[in-house]
Design a protein around this ligand. Structure first.
Ligand SMILES: Nc1ncnc2c1ncn2[C@@H]1O[C@H](COP(=O)(O)OP(=O)(O)OP(=O)(O)O)[C@@H](O)[C@H]1O
Ligand SMILES: Cc1ncc(CO)c(N)n1
Length: 268
């Protein structure tokens, strides 16, 4: 048996709701072999971010080499990459690898704490996005990438189109988590738009939703699923993970990685 494998390059959450921990849980649930390279160690919990320690760039690169010289992942995702130097090193290492690459352009935590240097926006646009199979910004991240405001699904369509046609990724999903009304995510794949909808759940337990959504997409791409199918699975998974909330934590709690099993979504 040869199992599909996926690598996350991201920051940590010791309470397990976001970052690398959420990514590995998602890979495991989707029956994909999960691997991780840590960029920054973050002291955070469901109440907020208390402190951040960035790892040296050459040490992050050593972790990347350790993975690639042994187990080539079928798909890679990046989450929190805090500095320009880290981004440039990661781009250099991913450039010649023939693997799916999902960018979750993590900029600010739900608690409002910045997880990225302000000047890095240009590096994401110019250096990372052109390498990506899919970019998965939330509304503020998409606004920052495209330079205009997003208030509606039509604005999200425009933004997804700019990310693909002008910035150069293969596809982009602009997530509707920060808009009002139904939670509608808009995918543009260079040819057409697809829409992934769910009711908006009235809950504060949405810590790590973006990490989980993009990790599931990465896992599905690793298994060879087409982009639209991978996003559909990501949406089904995160909707149930929000709906069947666990009630863990004193603040904005984590999502439920078993939630989708309650609806019988198949693993393969
Ligand atoms: N209250 C909600 N009800 C239903 N779906 C939601 C809700 N909030 C977010 N989502 C969905 O969760 C997914 C992640 O979107 P979101 O905009 O929350 O990401 P994010 O802001 O990057 O998350 P985070 O920064 O916490 O990791 C999307 O599919 C979005 O539509
Ligand atoms: C490490 C990390 N990545 C991403 C997010 C965004 O949810 C977070 N809170 N922490």
């Amino acid at each position: 048996m040869k199992v599909a494998s996926a690598l996350t390059i991201a920051g940590t959450d010791p309470t397990g709701g976001a970052g690398i921990q959420a990514d590995l849980k998602s890979f495991q649930e989707r029956e994909v072999y999960g691997m991780s390279v840590v960029t920054s160690v973050v002291a955070q919990n469901t109440l907020g971010v208390q402190s951040i320690q960035h790892l040296p760039v050459d040490f992050i690169e050593k972790q990347l080499h350790a993975v690639f010289e042994d187990i080539t992942p079928d798909a890679v995702k990046t989450g929190m990459i805090a500095t320009i130097d880290m981004m440039e090193m990661i781009a250099k290492n991913l450039k010649d690898k023939n693997v799916h690459y999902v960018i979750d352009p993590v900029m600010v935590a739900k608690s409002g704490h910045s997880l990225m240097e302000e000047q890095s926006r240009e590096v994401i646009r110019k250096v990372l996005v052109p390498l990506a199979t899919v970019v998965t910004p939330n509304v503020p991240e998409a606004e920052s990438l495209v330079g205009f405001e997003i208030h509606s699904t039509e604005d999200a369509e425009k933004a997804a189109k700019v990310i693909v046609n002008e910035l150069g990724s293969k596809a982009a999903v602009v997530k509707g988590g920060h808009l009002v009304g139904e939670a509608i995510d808009v995918l543009y794949d260079g040819k057409e738009f697809s829409y992934f909808k769910s009711e908006r759940f009235d809950t504060k337990h949405t810590h790590g939703t973006g990490c989980t959504f993009s990790a599931v997409i990465t896992a599905e791409l690793a298994k060879g699923k087409p982009i639209a199918e991978a996003v559909a699975t990501g949406k089904a998974y995160i909707s149930d993970a929000i709906k069947y909330t666990l009630g863990v934590g004193k603040g904005n709690g984590p999502t439920n990685h078993w939630g989708y099993r309650l609806k019988g979504l198949p693993n393969q």
